[in-house]
Design a protein around this ligand. Sequence first.
Ligand code: TXA
Ligand code: MG
Length: 328
Amino acid sequence: METKILPAEAGKSLAARLIRAGEVVAFHTETVYGLGANAFSDEAVQKIYALKGRPADNPLIVHVHADYDIRTLIDGEPPYAAALRRAFLPGPLTMVYPSAGKVSKYVSCGLNTLAIRVPSSMAAQAFLRETDLPVAAPSANLSKHVSPVTAGHVFDDFNGKIPLILDGGACQGGIESTVLDCTGSIPQILREGLVTRTMIASVAGDCGVYRMKTGEKPRSPGMAYKHYSPRCETALCKTAEEALLLADAEKERGGVPVVLCESGVLPMLKGVQTLDLGDSGEEMARRLYALLRRGEREATLLIGIEPTESGGVMAGVMNRFRRAFGAQ
Ligand code: TXA
Ligand code: MG
């Protein structure tokens, strides 16, 4: 199959036709690219799992345009959820509701909940409006690989496997949406992202963060899997000194070490190839996945130095950073 890459606006009507015909199409969002299919169709949704090699118990997020009536898909919502929708949607916040059971059973993998997201990117909105169906979509990467933030990244993972990629340019957010459980008396974050706990609490009054206990079945199954992994050896360090020792050893074995770290640490890494993550949380979120993909192409050993920034979106950045480098 030929994989076309079309500018999002020019390709949206073809994309809508393909989705209605049960095909899988990749599309731009403000967080990362998504791999979408008609959420009402069992066959179309199953194609996503097959294409990604995604475990069958990891549920998908349904994407809709800003005027889609999500009440047709869910079984009621608490008052705080309505307030959060008004405050943050369209935007990088996925809300988990009691499901009305209207979409394919393969979307939620047997859970009685449904995750819904209204992306804000113009490309995503135009595509979803043209389609006017709920579109089930995980990030458009092979399972376990680094999430894609350009059309080229999607092409690298799915060339020849899907008919169309809607190119909306580089994703400005850079890490996946915040996943928020809205089925309880207060909202609870299942996956940290660009909409932070403080932002949610300022609207909802309170906000919990779910932490998986060892041995427990995770509430957001995706969190249990190896994720965001570059395809080269990796090492995680806390300091520049540690990173330099590892880099020297790698060079001695004839390898190519590359160090990924925040801007402030770069002056301490003379003589080693480096990738600059930036210095604010937003910048690190925007750059992380593209640099991980560059790192895997250039390095035999990609060494990450944990950023020291904290607060705001750093909770989400750190979670991805640590997991990309093999930490739990
Ligand atoms: O920004 C994003 O959210 C991107 C773009 C494409 O929208 N999508 C994305 O999808 O990151 P994915 O499949 O890579 O991650 C979805 C996460 C997984 O951790 C999954 O377990 C969780 O959302 N999830 C989906 N449905 C759920 C549900 N009903 N209850 C709890 N967690 C759910
Ligand atoms: Mg993903």
